[in-house]
Each structure stands twice: as C-alpha cells, then as structure tokens.
Design a protein around this ligand. Structure first.
Ligand code: AMP
Length: 418
C-alpha cells in the first residue's frame, strides 16, 4: 500500500520549496525591520476561540474548521487563521499592560476545509503581522506599506491594493440596517436570505454572477461612515499616498472574518485566476472584547505564502534557480574520497554551499551530478592530483579547468565566489 498527501494538500519539494522559504523570509523582513517581534503560537486552540473570535456565521467557522475532541474530552480546532491566536496570547500574557502598540509577526501552517482548487488548499502557509493596542491611522498605513514592500522585494510588480473602511460600532449598525432593507428586496435563495439576517455584509462578497448582478445598486458602506471613521480613512489614504503606495478604493470590499472594523484591505494579483488574493487584513477593534479581553484596538494582515509563489511564477520570477550549491566535489576513488570529505567540510565552514558525489558512482555519473546541482565550480580530485598536492577546479559554465594547490583551494574559491 502506498500513500498520497490528503486532498487539498501538497508537498513543497526542492528546488521549488526554496521559493517558499524565500517568500516567507521576504514577506516577514519589512515587519521585522519595523520593530515587529516574532511570535509562535500552537497549531491548535480551544474551538471556542475561533467560533467567537472569527465569528459564528462565517464560512470558516460553519464549514471549514478541522475540529476534533482531544483524548481529554476538550474540543480543539486546527487554526484556520492567525489573528485570534495572537490576540489570545497577548491577553493570556497580559502584554496589553505594557507599552503599546504590541507589534508581532508570525509564520506557519493554517488549516481550512475548503473546496480544493488551484491556489486554494486545505493546508496553506501564511506570514502575518499584527499591531495591537493602538488606534492610529499611521499604524494601518504602516502595515500596508510593509506588505507592499515585501511583495516588491520579491520582484513582484503586479500586486494591487484594494482599500475600504467598514465603519465602527457607531456607524456600522445603520449601514447594516440599510443594507438589509436593500437585500431583502432581492431574489435570493434560502441560505442567502438567512445570511441577510445574520451577516448581511457577507452577501456583498457573493461571487455568483446572478447575485452580483442584483448587487449593483446596493448601498455602500463608504456613504454611511460617521465623521470619525471618514476622517480616519482619509488619513490612512493620505499616508499611503505620501509613502508612494498606490491603492484602489473598493467600497464593496468585505472580508471573510467577522472581526474587521474600519480599515480593510486586500492584495490581489491578476495572474492567479479565481483565487487572486495574495494577502489581506484590516483593523479589528472589537476582537479583544469578543474573546473576553479589554478594549484593544488592533490592525493586522496575513499574506499567503503559497499564492505569492504562484504569483511569482505567473510573473516569470521562478526562472532563476533558487539558492543551490556553489561547489560540487568529485573524488575519483577511495583515497580521493577520504581527502575530499574534510575539504568539503572546510569549505562549508568557510561559508560556501558545497555538495559532493556520493554512492561510489563513476566519473561520468559524478560529473552529471555536478552539472545537475547547479554548482558553478566542480572540484575534481584523482590519484595524480593527490600526488601533486592539488585539486582540479573546473568552471562548469566555461569548462575551464585549473589545478589549485590543496592548501589554497578554500581561499581560491572564496575569492571566486564572493
Ligand atoms: P485570510 O486569512 O482569509 O484573510 O487570507 C489571507 C491570505 O491567505 C489570502 O489572501 C491568501 O493568500 C491566503 N489563503 C487563505 N486561504 C487560503 C487557502 N485555502 N489556500 C491558500 N491560500 C490561502
């Protein structure tokens, strides 16, 4: 019997897996440079954290959670997103009593029982950043700029930013009521009609063309913002422009999680087909209270690692081989192997990326392995070289070969490769 990865999951395999690592690093780097500290939370939490935090009526909670009962009888859920866990940790450790905002970033695996398709998986990877405990438009703008800088550092040019405000607890109820009035007059199926009563904003997110067509004249949240929300939103927009970040206002942008207030945003890439969101986030001023904490206005984002790699592929950015080995050693015979082995270790300790031929293959097979490795130089050592106290250094791009004294080879290659 053989096994396959479960439906909706896949393996990151070399060399492509190098890009997943590179994307994770690149997306986190701007946040790290902006004072965000690393947080790691468990991959599973109390189920109620997500049902209360993410929202009882959301697709995530009603259809997509991997929930199980532990042997101890507790209901646990594999995390479908990161924000609720980060908030839980901040509350549990009492960080809100210290300096604010608390800035944190994270990276890891997330689990949603979704309809599996290209770019949409049941196990996926995100890099996230959260700034908790401050209501300041500069913080919203900072996070957006950091995400855009992360995408740009990977060479991505096609990431678009959609921006909206969802209002606050002062102005949202009136908008919600106006939207419900409008939606109740439409020709919609039973589940959607139910949704109008529970979570009308989510109806705006319906992707079906027959629903979309009817939503054309739906009231827009931006027409219902209170003065404070309007001013806040204007400030965020102004700061983005000042930082040189272009955005598109999208008054219909709502997101799949209940906790968002005021600023919401999404990062799209047009090369990805239906699953075009490479990241998203927003302000969630009510989440802390929803899960039993004090008022802790916060803002954050989560960027999809898997889809960012797909976006890079769509832009032709994966053509170059990701970081591989620089030097590949080919010993010709037993004696040579015994001498090459410590040399390879020494080269690695000197900071070079080095591999060697294993498994006692012949010269031909070993040279093929050297070519396949992507290394720039092959180090070839035969009996005659050992006698001469030298090693052949072959430039695999030009096929030029030079004998270098064994004692000098580390310095020689360091010089060539730095
Ligand atoms: P969300 O937590 O839904 O706001 O998602 C943030 C980002 O994570 C999205 O923009 C996607 O890039 C990524 N993402 C969310 N769900 C999935 C999934 N099922 N498969 C792959 N990536 C996902």
């Amino acid at each position: 019997m053989t096994f396959q990865a479960p439906k909706g999951t896949f393996d990151w395999m070399p060399p492509r897996s190098e890009w997943a690592l590179a994307v994770r690093d690149a997306l986190a780097e701007p946040a790290r440079r902006a004072g965000y500290g690393y947080i790691e939370t468990p991959a599973f939490e109390d189920t109620a954290l997500f049902s209360r935090g993410v929202g009882e009526s959301t697709d995530i909670v009603t259809k997509e959670m991997y929930t199980f009962t532990s042997r101890g009888g507790q209901s646990l859920t594999l995390r479908p997103e990161g924000t609720a866990s980060v908030m839980r940790a901040v509350l549990e450790h009492g960080l809100y009593g210290g300096p604010l905002p608390i800035k944190l970033w994270y990276s890891g695996s997330y689990f949603r029982y979704e309809r599996a398709q290209a770019g949409r998986y049941r196990h996926f990877s995100q890099v996230g950043a959260e700034a908790l405990g401050a209501e300041d438009p500069a913080l919203d703008a900072e996070l957006i700029v950091l995400a855009m800088d992360g995408y740009a550092s990977l060479g991505l040019r096609g990431v678009r930013l959609l921006l909206n405000s969802l209002g606050c607890k002062e102005c949202r109820p009136a908008y919600r009521a106006a939207l419900q009035d409008f939606l109740r007059g439409l020709d919609l199926d039973e589940p959607t009609r139910n949704r109008i009563e529970i979570n009308p904003l989510r109806v705006l997110d319906d992707k079906r063309p027959e629903v979309r067509a009817q939503l054309e004249n739906a009231p827009l949240v931006t027409d219902h913002l209170c003065g404070a929300c309007k001013a806040y939103h204007e400030e965020v927009r102004g700061l983005l422009t000042a930082a040189g970040v272009a955005y598109e206002d999208d008054p219909r942008l709502v997101r799949g999680l209940d906790y968002y207030t005021r600023t919401t945003f999404e990062f799209l890439h047009d090369g990805l087909g239906a699953q075009s969101a490479v990241g998203g986030g927003g302000r969630y001023d009510g989440l802390s209270e929803q899960i039993g904490g004090p008022a802790l206005p916060s803002v954050g984002w989560a960027l999809g690692v898997d889809r960012t790699v797909l976006a890079m592929e769509a832009e032709g950015l994966l053509a170059e081989r990701p970081r591989g080995v620089e030097v590949f050693a080919v010993p010709l015979g037993e004696d040579a192997r015994r001498r090459v082995f410590p040399l390879v270790s020494e080269l690695r300790r000197a900071g070079l990326a080095v591999d060697m031929a294993f498994g006692g293959r012949g010269v031909k097979g070993a040279m093929k392995a050297a070519d396949r490795s992507g290394a720039r130089y092959a180090l070839i050592l035969g009996d005659r070289d050992i006698e001469a106290g030298a090693v052949q250094v072959k430039d695999l791009t030009t096929a030029d070969q030079t004998a270098v004294p064994l004692a000098e080879v580390v310095q020689f290659l360091k010089g060539k490769l730095s």
